[in-house]
Design a protein around this ligand. Structure first.
Ligand SMILES: [Zn+2]
Length: 387
């Protein structure tokens, strides 16, 4: 059974600690399937109407949007639903041919002009598409960063991939796009889009080039794109090369994120070996988290020791990943109930904190308990964020 097949049924768990972990463990690996997305939609359906604190919605971005998913979304638009903004954001990740196919239904959900602009890409020839992509890059360089525009640029490039404009005989152009960006003080948008292309086309020969980017830790957008591309390529060669960066304080974060999300046995081996060698508590904590995301049963006793003896709790709470990893792998541990109780208490605490903030906001806006909620769900405040 594949990693995804094993984990995705747990997205439907009634235990929210398990459900949220299961989705996170799959999402960042880029291995999620249509079924993963369907399960996520069902998990959202089970939650109360609150828009602002939905724990599932942010973790669907890397799941594939298919015709079946759009059918489900469209069915939900027709009934009263509180997640319209999320559905609209799904369209930014939907393949362009599906946007065209469902155009009439989707016009109700989003800005018609924006939808038409996306669909129009299909009717452009390659030259016009290159011009469009360059226009996006220039606009992003000149103006303030805009994520929707950044995604639109990726959509234009995907269209070019579909046209066969980025095949092995011009992979060298992609490599050149990255090396010329390396000579600039700040990595250009053009360079970042080329990193994206390496991941989309899984260009093994450019793995060393991508890995050399991991030291540019100040450039968030570039690092994120390089991490994603390396996870998408996801081979043992990537793992072997990335391991060299894991004990370096500056690059450890990125290296561990990549290794934790490539679901191969070699990844677990690397993490076990490195956890044993690590002396820095932050690195150990991150490696322990990555081992949970790999569902390593070998690691569970060691991570349980870390939980007892102390870990870097300023970056994450290891119980949030250790407890669900035990449940999914059906590994018993004498502390299991203690961990769950701790997680439930933390949850109740944060819920209280959040409710207090919502109440302050409502008061400042003059919204009473029986008025429509501050989050725009359409429910009464007392039944929604004020509950
Ligand atoms: Zn609300």
């Amino acid at each position: 059974m594949s990693f995804v097949e094993k984990v995705q049924p747990y997205i439907l768990s009634d235990d929210k600690h398990v459900s949220e972990f299961a989705l996170k463990a799959i999402e960042k690996s880029y291995l999620g399937t249509e079924q993963t997305f369907l399960n996520a939609l069902k998990a959202v359906d089970k939650l109360p109407a609150k828009i602002r604190s939905n724990p599932i919605i942010p973790f669907t971005r890397n799941l594939p949007v298919t015709a079946r998913i759009l059918d489900e979304v469209i069915a939900r638009i027709k009934v009263k639903d509180h997640n319209l903004a999320w559905y609209a954001s799904i369209l930014e990740y939907t393949p362009t041919d599906l946007l065209a196919k469902y155009q009439t239904e989707l016009e109700k959900l989003t800005n018609e002009k924006v939808l038409h602009q996306m669909i129009r890409l299909r009717s452009m020839d390659s030259e016009a598409l290159f011009t469009e992509a360059n226009g996006v890059m220039n606009a992003l360089e000149k103006r303030e960063y805009n994520h929707s525009l950044f995604l639109y640029g990726k959509r234009a490039l995907r269209e070019l991939i579909n046209r066969g404009e980025y095949e092995p005989d011009n992979f060298s152009n992609i490599g050149n796009g990255i090396t010329s960006a390396l000579n600039e003080e700040l990595f250009s948008l053009n360079g970042i889009y080329n990193v994206f292309l390496v991941g989309e086309q899984k260009i093994q020969s450019l793995v060393p080039t991508l890995i050399s980017l991991l030291v540019r830790t100040e450039e968030d957008l570039l690092i994120e794109e390089a991490i994603d591309a390396l996870i998408k390529i996801g081979t043992e060669e990537v793992l072997g090369e990335v391991e060299k960066y894991i004990q370096n304080e500056d690059t450890a974060f990125a290296a561990i994120e990549i290794i934790g999300n490539i679901k191969l046995p070699a990844a677990e081996e690397i993490l076990l070996r490195q956890l044993d060698n690590a002396s820095d508590q932050t690195a150990k904590t991150l490696m322990a988290e990555a081992l949970c995301l790999q569902l390593s049963t070998t690691a569970i006793p060691m991570i349980a020791d870390l939980v007892e003896d102390g870990f870097d709790d300023t970056i994450l709470d290891l119980r949030e990943v250790l407890y669900p990893a035990c449940i999914i792998t059906q590994t018993n541990h004498p502390k299991l109930e203690d961990w769950k109780q701790h997680l439930d208490e933390m949850d109740a605490y944060w819920k209280q904190q959040q409710k207090r903030l919502f109440e302050e906001e409502a008061t400042s806006k003059g919204i009473g308990r029986n008025d429509p909620c501050i989050c725009g769900s359409g429910e009464k405040f007392k039944n929604c964020c004020g509950a």
